[in-house]
Design a protein around this ligand. Structure first.
Ligand code: FES
Length: 75
């Protein structure tokens, strides 16, 4: 799993890139777009969609902060 913060918003998505399993938590985040550090695939961390194809390729999970703790809802 990879957890990102953009401004005041938190996003949790699969930590492995859908291409070849690159470590998305090590990718650069620009707004809601994360770029995989291995080959540059890009995803919207708010919905898991690949920005090139528009298809959802990552699972994303609801996140909330309660009492200064980050909670991630898992299926
Ligand atoms: S493993 Fe992420 S772009 Fe290739």
């Amino acid at each position: 799993m990879a957890l990102f913060r953009s401004g005041d918003d938190l996003y949790a998505v699969d930590g492995m890139c859908a291409h070849q399993g690159g470590p998305l938590a090590q990718g650069l985040l620009d707004g809601k777009c994360v770029t995989c550090p291995w080959h540059g695939w890009q995803y919207d961390v708010s919905d898991g969609k690949n920005l090139l194809t528009g298809k959802k390729m990552l699972e994303h999970f609801p996140v909330e902060v309660r009492d200064d703790l980050v909670w991630i809802e898992l299926p």
